[in-house]
Design a protein around this ligand. Structure first.
Ligand code: CP
Ligand code: NVA
Length: 332
């Protein structure tokens, strides 16, 4: 594949071609193999990256940190209260300052416009580690996991159940369209993805021979699915007062054993994580106390089932994020 991503930002997958996305996946596979064999791959020794997190993270932060360290780089983490950005210093000024010290900048936060503004003003690659609208690095791990389970990904059917207008669902629709995977979202109409993004993805899907279907009907949507995917019903940055309404709207879209039984017998379950599949979290416990619900977007039985590949998916965040940093920062 003749792909060169040196110096590129990764802000959303709409900006990347099918070939570029597949290149990152194949690079991630090579890096995963090296990691498994304990083969050193400190190809970016002497470089440094900075991670800006305005929202919490376990997987994304750790994947960037371990990925950078495996590549031989230095890493600085700046949390929600650790820098001047936004409060005393504009995004544009921050981008320029950080570009004088670092070779790459990761940003997790709120509006997509913020990461776009950072990228416009930075002279080094900027990577989107999740915004309200998109979560592009998550998609690379998801596709790698699907490929590891099925080999050929074209023509597969991925069904997302839940809050289909959130960052993960919208990004899945984009990546599926680009890679020729049939995408279905099962959700109440008011939580369908934005119409303009659906139209864009439908155009792309048409060229790739795949389809985009939005439905309120779970049995229609889930039939013959290869991948069942869900995410939390209230995302980071949304108001906690939304829980009651979301539970009411999304309870019929919970991924449970009945839903899994409507998919293909070989179907796998994916979730970007973190997940509310029991009451072993503060929020999970609060929801149980308030609404009597002990499992939300996915039942514990499905989460721990053989079909669940969520831990492979979580591990693949490391290999794919490492591939993004390597591809965009390598010297030649
Ligand atoms: N999936 C994901 O982005 O997880 P974190 O919020 O832990 O980074
Ligand atoms: N939709 C979730 C994804 C977390 C990885 C959120 O934004 O909180």
């Amino acid at each position: 594949m003749n792909v060169d991503l040196k110096g590129r930002d990764l802000l959303k997958l709409l900006d990347y071609s099918k070939e570029e996305i597949l290149y990152l996946i194949s690079l991630a596979k090579v890096l995963k193999e090296k990691k498994k064999k304990h083969e050193p791959h400190a190809y970016l020794k002497g470089k440094n990256v900075v991670l800006l997190f305005e929202k919490d993270s376990t997987r994304t932060r750790c994947a960037f940190e371990v990925g950078a360290m495996d590549l031989g780089m230095g890493v600085t983490y700046l949390g929600p209260s650790g820098s001047q950005m936004g409060k005393k210093e504009s995004i544009a000024d921050t981008a320029q300052v950080l570009s004088r010290m670092y070779d790459g900048i990761e940003y997790r936060g709120f509006d997509q416009t913020i990461v776009e503004e950072l990228a416009r003003n930075a002279s080094v690659p900027v990577w989107n580690g999740l915004t309200n609208e998109f979560h592009p690095t998550q998609m690379l791990a998801d596709i790698l996991t699907i490929q590891e389970n099925f080999g050929e990904i074209r023509g597969r059917k991925l069904v997302f159940l839940g809050d289909a207008r959130n960052n993960v669902a919208c990004s899945l629709m984009v990546v599926c369209a680009k890679l020729g995977i049939h995408f279905v979202c099962c959700a109440p109409k008011e939580l369908f993805p934005p119409a303009s993004l659906v139209a864009t993805c439908q155009e792309i899907a048409k060229e790739e021979g795949s389809s985009i279907l939005l439905t309120e009907n779970t049995s229609e949507g889930v039939k013959d699915a290869d991948v069942i995917y869900t995410d939390v019903w209230v995302s980071m940055g949304e108001d906690a007062s939304l829980w009651e309404k979301r539970i009411q709207l999304l309870k019929p879209y919970q991924v449970n054993e009945q839903v899994m039984s409507m998919a293909k017998p070989t179907a796998i379950f994916l979730h970007c994580l973190p997940s509310f599949h029991d009451t072993h979290t503060t929020i999970g416990k609060e929801i149980y106390d308030k609404f009597g619900l002990s499992e939300m977007e996915v039942t514990d039985a499905v989460f721990i089932s053989k079909a669940s590949k969520v831990m492979d998916q979580a591990e693949n965040r490391l290999h794919t994020i490492k591939a993004v940093m390597y591809a965009t920062l390598k010297d030649e």
